[in-house]
Design a protein around this ligand. Structure first.
Ligand code: ZN
Length: 321
């Protein structure tokens, strides 16, 4: 008989951790295969540890270790396919069940679930082993380079749902803006070196809005989590109306240039997008209890009323599309 069930206990893992591993399974008596068996078990252990999503920075390091180990494994295609399946399962379990008994068009998550969602969407779909390992490494390096311990405040799940309820009762916002795809609001318990929030559009076309603790610059500039959330809703409304690439249409640039941004034509398209997201965020806040969170005190109230009119026009445009 070529194979037999063997059980070994207390085999030292190779320096990655102090834990010993227990191997129970059908492993060839051949010495080479036994070593492969140990390596494979270590990879699956590493994978499961990463997929607890307890700490995003630790996840970054674990993803690199996992990708390095998987690259050297003889059965890397199987390992990576399994990784893709487990990543999707662990990150989306609550999401999938919530969709079954809830027809809101948005899903809010926080803490480890939000970290899992971010990692799932950042890595994207599983392709060939080479491409997937490259995506895993890229995501891990991005995490290690950008995420850090929390600096300022972060929005709560309750506040996100209160804001959505307010905009839904005023504008049927989520019905109009998220009608093609549901949207995920991921409240990630870290600060990001560059952004206080960001909007990711994944392969699946489901937008994921990542909301972070305010970073140092955000705190210095007096950014608040609520203002940042409205800014992201501004981006999402923009994307929903005009699609990708996220360019501000010329007639709107002309309008804003005449209204209160005389230099808007001299800046880059991506800077125009940021101003436009602010314009829409201010317009959305107007006439709601969130008006006090508007950070742009220097903008005249007549201009802000014009921003509200732009929001209403865009929402009408969506309705008639
Ligand atoms: Zn922005």
């Amino acid at each position: 008989m070529e194979n037999e069930y063997i059980q070994t206990a207390a085999v030292s893992s190779d320096g990655a951790s102090d834990d010993n591993i227990i191997i129970v399974g059908k492993i060839s008596k051949n010495k080479h295969s036994l070593i492969e068996g140990i390596v494979a078990l270590n990879i699956y252990d590493k994978m499961e540890e990463t997929l607890r999503f307890n700490d995003i920075i630790m996840c970054g390091q674990q993803l690199i270790e996992f990708a390095d180990a998987a690259r050297l494994a003889t059965n890397r295609r199987t390992i990576i396919k399994h990784f893709g399946e487990r990543l999707r399962q662990t990150a989306t379990t609550n999401y999938v069940f919530s969709r079954l008994d809830n027809n809101t068009r948005y899903y809010i998550c926080e803490k480890s679930e939000a970290i899992g969602m971010y990692i799932l969407f950042a890595i994207g779909a599983v392709h060939t082993p080479v491409k997937t390992l490259a995506n895993i490494k890229q995501t891990a390096n991005h995490i290690l380079a950008n995420y850090m311990e929390p600096v300022g405040e972060i929005i709560s799940m309750t506040t996100v749902s209160e804001i959505m309820e307010c905009l839904d009762s005023k504008y049927s916002f989520s019905e109009k803006v998220f009608n093609h795809d549901n949207i995920i609001f991921a409240i990630i318990p870290y600060s990001h070196r560059e952004f206080n929030s960001e909007c990711m559009i994944a392969d699946t076309n489901v937008p994921v809005v990542c909301l972070y603790h305010m970073n140092e610059r955000g705190v210095e500039q007096g950014a608040t989590p609520i203002a940042v959330f409205f800014h992201e809703l501004g981006h999402v409304l923009h994307i929903r109306c005009f699609g990708s690439p996220f360019r501000v249409p010329n007639d709107l640039v002309d309008f804003l240039s005449d209204l209160c941004f005389p230099t808007i034509k001299d800046i880059t398209e991506s800077e125009q997008n940021e101003i436009f997201a602010d314009v829409l965020s201010i317009g959305l806040m107007q006439g709601t209890k969130y008006g006090e969170y508007d950070l742009f005190k220097e903008i005249h109230s007549d201009d802000k009323r014009a921003f509200k009119a732009i929001v209403e026009k865009l929402l009408k445009k969506i309705e008639s599309d």
